[in-house]
Every structure is written in structure tokens, then in C-alpha cells.
Write a protein that binds this ligand. Structure first.
Ligand SMILES: CSC[C@H]1O[C@@H](n2cnc3c(O)ncnc32)[C@H](O)[C@@H]1O
Ligand code: ZN
Length: 418
């Protein structure tokens, strides 16, 4: 496949070059002028930006089902009074359709890879294959210090891992997903750490999202949540922890030293009134920081372009300093830092990297004139500006039309509910 004459965001240094981009198999093989492909697929990109696809490093895709259902309440009330009672009513079918809708929304805004934590995850895996995105999927474990529940969660996790292995797909990856230190016992966290080593599996978890959960953990363990993860054997380069708002200096130091990842979810953090991450301190202490939308019930979109804009604006205003964070750092969080967390050969446009690519149409009033492409991406682009999406060398969306899933069928299914 050949992407012809696009403005390419090249390599780690984010140099803009006008060139052709050749894809063979699932990789970018060549970038240069006047390239020719044997392949019959040639896409004219003369009016477009070619950028790495976004990595949504924390979401719960089926939660689009609960979009707008619980508004204007803080996290614990949101979960206990509204979200968990509604989730108990969700069966496999609902989760499947919810995941399809969520994945379509993500794809339309340029996401090529996502990390997902939920239940009925086999259904999310099926939806992932149908849309053609790259998923790192985990069964969300919650045992609430109950041994019987823990056995069930372990069984579900083992069953889901087997399912993913059986699918034998380059797009599907298993990830361990204990929900949080306040919903998982020490025994559960230790089991996850043991299996992470045995299976060489990544681990995703919610960490230090609210002041109140940190107080709960300190009361229970006499330690901070990060120290609890350290005691469990989870503090290492395989850890991908969402939120990380209320981390103290020692926790930030520990996360940086151990090569762990924090996933910033600005919209969810603002909407639930959870707090504001200290992004500068995390980055300056060597913590790998990715970007995520969280679920659509606390966002209320799954749009990584909007997430970049919010992440940047929030830091500038809370620090009363517009120079606190650069667009390149925000863009890196949404792409390369996610890839680093996932040990994925992706996140930049360069020869030898995976062909996970978003093509953005510049013929839009909100994107012209193009004085600074990177700031246009972070501050001006919208989901609908992504015209073509390529994942693992295959076209998911071309000129705004899905080539994989029947988008109309999915949208009509939800319109029918109204
Ligand atoms: C057990 S599956 C995952 C579980 O997580 C819940 N969830 C969604 N968003 C958040 C958040 O921001 N903090 C904590 N938990 C969250 C979701 O509703 C599922 O129950
Ligand atoms: Zn979450």
C-alpha cells in the first residue's frame, strides 16, 4: 500500500516531511519521494497529515452504554450508586454492541490501539477483531477482600487469557487488570504479580485517582497506594496505572525508578472532580506518562484528539504558565509513550515500525491555515477530521468509510433503542 505525497510527522524528532510512505505487510518499509508500489492500493494524501495512530492507554469501551447516565457526582458515589448497579444488568450481548460502538468512536478520532478493562471481555475481543483495532484487553478483577470472589476473578482471568491465546490474532493481546488497590486484596494483587512474571503479561490498574481512596489505603495498610503495589511485587516496567493524581514525591520517584507508566485521563478527572495530575513533576522524574479517555460514562467521549487538547489546557491554567507543557510532549503521551508502555514497535512514523497510522484531512476550516501542524493536531483537530485509519498495515477506514465493520448497522442498533 502506498500513501502518496502526504505531510508526514517523521520519527521521534517530529520533523515534517512531504513524501510518500510505503507499507508492506504490517510495517512501514520506506518513506521518500516518488516511490512506486506493486500494490494496487494507492491513497492520495496531498491534502493530508500522516501521523502515528493514537494509543488510548486507558478505557472501558463498553461504557459507552452508560454515557450520560450518572452525571455531576464524585467517583465513589458514581461507582456505587449508579455505575456498578447498572453494570450488573449488562450481559454479553450488551457488552458486545457497546464495545463495537466504542471502538467505532475511537477509530473515527484516530485511535489505532487501546487498553481496555471490563467484563465479558470475550465480547470486547470479538468487537476488536470486527473493527480491526489493536486491543490490549483485560478482565477487570474486583475481589473486595472476599476469598470466594477472588477465586472467581482468578478463574475468569485465566479463562480470558486462554481465549485470547486461542484467537491467535496479531490484534489481540492479553493484559492483567486488577481494578484498584481499594477493590483488590493484597492476595489478589500478589497473584497478579506472580502471573505477570510467569506469563510475561502487562498489568493495568487504577491508582491514586481520588483523595479519599488514598486515605482508605493509608488507613488499611499504613502505606501509600504505590507502596502497596510495590509490596505486592507490581512496581516494575510492566505496570500501566491509570490516573495517578494524588501521588506524593516518594511515589513519583518510585514509579520513575521502576520504569512504570501513569496514564493521564484529564476529561474523566475533571468531570468526576477527582483532581489534577502533576504532569510536569511526573515527566521530570522519568515517569512514562500515556494518555487515556477512561470510559465514556466519565468523559463523555472516547476522542483522543479532545483528550490531548484538554491535557494541555489543564496544565497551562493550573500552573498559570503556558510554557509548562509543549504540544510535542502531549502528542508523545498520546502515541509513543503508550507504545513504550505496551512494548509495541509503534507510536512514530518511521521505517521498520508498525503501520498503525491516522491520516488527517487538512481541507477543514478548523485546520487552516496550517501554520503549526503539531499545535493544530493538539488544539484544533476534531474526531471527524480523521479520514483514513490503518492498523497493522490494513485499512480500517478509508475516506471516512469503514472498510471493516458495518458502521450503519451499529448506529441503527442504538438509534433503535431511543
Ligand atoms: C471491573 S471492570 C472495570 C471497572 O472499572 C470501573 N471504572 C470505570 N471508570 C473508572 C474510574 O475512573 N475509576 C475507577 N473505576 C472505574 C468500571 O465501571 C468497571 O466497573
Ligand atoms: Zn478507568
Amino acid at each position: 500500500m502506498l500513501l502518496k505525497n502526504g505531510l508526514i510527522l517523521y520519527g521521534e524528532s517530529y520533523e515534517w516531511v512531504r513524501a510518500d510512505l510505503l507499507i508492506e505487510g504490517n510495517k512501514i518499509v520506506k518513506i521518500g519521494r516518488n516511490l512506486h508500489a506493486d500494490s494496487d492500493i494507492v491513497i492520495d494524501c496531498s491534502h493530508s497529515l500522516i501521523v502515528p495512530g493514537f494509543i488510548n492507554s486507558h478505557t472501558h469501551s463498553p461504557m459507552v452504554l452508560l454515557r450520560g447516565l450518572a452525571e455531576d457526582v464524585p467517583l465513589m458515589e458514581w461507582l456505587e450508586k449508579y455505575i456498578w448497579p447498572n453494570e450488573r444488568k449488562l450481559g454479553k450481548k450488551e457488552v458486545y454492541w457497546g464495545a463495537l460502538l466504542g471502538l467505532i468512536e475511537m477509530a473515527r478520532a484516530g485511535t489505532t490501539t487501546f487498553i481496555d478493562m471490563y467484563f465479558h471481555m470475550e465480547e470486547v475481543a470479538k468487537a476488536t477483531l470486527e473493527v480491526g483495532l489493536r486491543g490490549f484487553l483485560g478482565y477487570g478483577m474486583i475481589d473486595l477482600d472476599d476469598e470466594r470472589k477472588r477465586r472467581i476473578e482468578i478463574r475468569e482471568t485465566e479463562k480470558f487469557r486462554k481465549f485470547i491465546i486461542q484467537q491467535n490474532s496479531e490484534l489481540l493481546n492479553f493484559i492483567l487488570a486488577p481494578h484498584a488497590p481499594y477493590t483488590c486484596s493484597m492476595e489478589c494483587l500478589k497473584w497478579v504479580a506472580t502471573k505477570s512474571r510467569e506469563w510475561n503479561a502487562l498489568v493495568t490498574i487504577h491508582l491514586s485517582e481520588t483523595k479519599s481512596e488514598v486515605a482508605l489505603i493509608k488507613e488499611k495498610y499504613g502505606k501509600t497506594p504505590t507502596e502497596v503495589l510495590d509490596d505486592a511485587g507490581l512496581l516494575n516496567e510492566k505496570l500501566i496505572a491509570a490516573h495517578g493524581i494524588w501521588l506524593d514525591d516518594k511515589e513519583i520517584y518510585l514509579l520513575g525508578k521502576n520504569g512504570s507508566t501513569i496514564v493521564h485521563c484529564p476529561a474523566s478527572n475533571m468531570k468526576l472532580g477527582s483532581g489534577i495530575i502533576n504532569l510536569r513533576k511526573l515527566l521530570d522524574n522519568g515517569v512514562n506518562v500515556g494518555l487515556g479517555t477512561d470510559g465514556a460514562a466519565s468523559n463523555n467521549t472516547l476522542d483522543m484528539l479532545q483528550e490531548m487538547r484538554l491535557a494541555s489546557l489543564l496544565q497551562k491554567v493550573v500552573n498559570l504558565d503556558p510554557s509548562i507543557i509543549k504540544s510535542s510532549e502531549i502528542f508523545r503521551m498520546a502515541t509513543l509513550n503508550g507504545a513504550k508502555a505496551l512494548k509495541l514497535n509503534a507510536g512514530i512514523i518511521k521505517e521498520g515500525y508498525l503501520a498503525d497510522i491516522a491520516v488527517i484531512n487538512l481541507k477543514r476550516p478548523n485546520l487552516l491555515p496550517m501554520n503549526n501542524p503539531l499545535s493544530s493536531l493538539v488544539f484544533s483537530a476534531k474526531g471527524g477530521d480523521v479520514e483514513t485509519l490503518i492498523v497493522n498495515g490494513s485499512i480500517v477506514m478509508l475516506d471516512g468509510e469503514f472498510q471493516t465493520v458495518d458502521e450503519d448497522k451499529v448506529l441503527d442498533k442504538f438509534l433503535g433503542v431511543l
